[in-house]
Design a protein around this ligand. Structure first.
Ligand code: ZN
Length: 451
């Protein structure tokens, strides 16, 4: 393992620990604090959209902050305390103070009998309400005859919605998007892992020379992308595609949620990245009940968005509970997912459409020193694609002459190097290298309107 990777993993670990305890929500100081920590490590800029701003069918809500929230029993003991876990308070709870009977209190308590030790995660963003979440085990110990003192020291005010963006320039005229959401409180996989991975990816790409432009958006789920799209309509319609980065750090297998098109360039690039890493991901078809692709890919924008994940939302037991913590998510797991994203970007950066300068019959390779000295050869090696999937090993390179024949055969202006890799089973990097030789020999030229 190289030093650079170890540095990134150490930074991921540091960010996980630093951000996990912070109370994030749709808006408020916890979001601001989280984004400003991330902005120390990547070129992110903060955006504030004022409450009441209309954006398409929505309006920016009031800003929410909570200082304290607790329930005390008849003996004055705090039996539930937001100070212990920010999951204890239903997010966006309105301020409340009072003394209640069990019958009055119980409708405001939320538990998860399926996981009796877990505190569930609940929100009440768009309906004025208050509530507490606690484990089923704790709920059962509470005195049904007792009276309870309840305090929610929260505030809903005209403030703003906080987002962060980064824009990395590129020369190709094509721009890709990475978006993640910052509205969940102390939940590690959903979606602190997404915040950390997106920051590392942004930091990494910012330090590289780039052919394409990349835009990073960190925003509260749903309302954040809607607000961002409303503020950047024309630019966003021009985006070529991208990824919604969510749930990327669990202990389970890697997964792939395809774009609404299913076979867009983004899908082809992502699938090739998995293939090259020898990973067979769990595969999820597009569905309209997912994450922020619901906004980016909506009919008015239609930006194809996919997700490379590790323990996808809905698909793991601890989803939206206090068990989705830092014993479930580790920096090393985030690094495995980051590797797939980086490989996908690498393919995007180096892919292009190449056209044969010698399309009539095949070129004479021997005359150019591109053919092995001996005529005749052993049986051509078959495409190794299926054989390495799931083994963690990259597909082996093809015989060089075979690889050159694939390139020259497919160089009709309709196939990019990525398409050629998919078709031939050769690693993308081998075709990229040989294409360089063929370009230098004048056997290929670059297509004018290039991917
Ligand atoms: Zn969630």
């Amino acid at each position: 393992m190289n030093h650079h990777r170890l540095d990134l993993e150490a930074l991921a670990d540091q960010l996980l620990r630093e951000l996990f305890p912070i109370c994030r929500s749709l808006s408020g100081d916890g979001v601001r604090q989280s984004l400003s920590i991330l902005a120390r490590h990547a070129p992110l800029t903060m955006l504030e959209y004022p409450s009441g701003t209309p954006c398409f069918d929505w309006t920016i809500p009031r800003e929410w902050n909570a200082r304290a929230a607790w329930i005390k029993d008849a003996q004055g003991r705090k039996v539930v305390d937001f100070g212990q876990s920010n999951l204890h308070l239903v997010s966006y709870s309105v301020p409340f103070r009072g003394t209640l009977t069990w019958e009055e209190l119980a409708p405001h308590l939320h538990t998860l009998p399926r996981l009796p030790r877990a505190i569930p995660y609940r929100t009440s963003y768009y309906r004025e309400d208050w509530g507490f979440c606690l484990s089923q085990e704790q709920y059962e110990t509470l005195d049904r005859q007792g009276r309870y003192e309840v305090c929610i020291d929260s505030e809903l005010k005209d403030g703003s919605l906080t987002l962060a963006e980064a824009r990395l320039a590129g020369a190709s005229g094509r721009e890709y998007l990475f978006s993640t959401y910052c509205c969940h409180p102390s939940l590690a996989n959903d979606n602190l892992s997404g915040l950390v991975l997106t920051t590392l990816l942004c930091r990494e790409l910012a330090g590289r020379s780039r052919r394409h432009a990349y835009r990073f958006v960190i925003a509260p789920e749903t309302i954040g992308p809607i607000a961002y799209l409303a503020q950047h309509q024309e630019e966003m319609r021009r985006l070529a595609g991208g990824f919604v980065v969510t749930c990327v750090g669990g202990p389970g297998p890697l997964g792939y949620l395809e774009t609404f098109l299913g076979d867009h360039q983004i899908d082809r690039v992502a699938r090739q990245a998995f293939r090259e890493l020898g990973v067979e991901p769990l595969s999820y078809p597009f569905a309209p009940n997912g994450s922020d692709e619901r906004q980016y890919s909506s009919p008015g924008f239609r930006i194809p968005m996919a997700t490379i994940c590790k323990d996808k939302y809905f698909a793991y037991d601890f989803y939206h509970t206090s068990l989705d913590d830092l014993s479930f998510v580790k920096a090393g797991q985030i690094m495995q997912t980051l590797e797939v994203y980086l490989r996908a970007v690498d393919i995007l950066e180096r892919d292009e459409v190449l056209v044969s300068a010698n399309p009539h019959g095949e070129p004479q390779l021997g005359r150019r020193g591109l053919y092995p000295q001996l005529g005749g050869k052993l049986l051509p090696r078959p495409a190794a694609l299926a054989a390495t999937s799931g083994t963690g090993l990259p597909p082996p390179e093809l015989d060089e002459v075979d690889a050159i024949l694939w390139i020259m055969f497919l160089a009709d202006g309709k196939h990019s190097l990525l398409d050629m890799a998919r078709r031939s089973g050769a690693p993308f990097g081998q075709l990229r290298r040989l294409a360089g030789v063929l370009l230098a020999e004048g056997l290929l030229r670059r297509a004018e309107d290039n991917a």
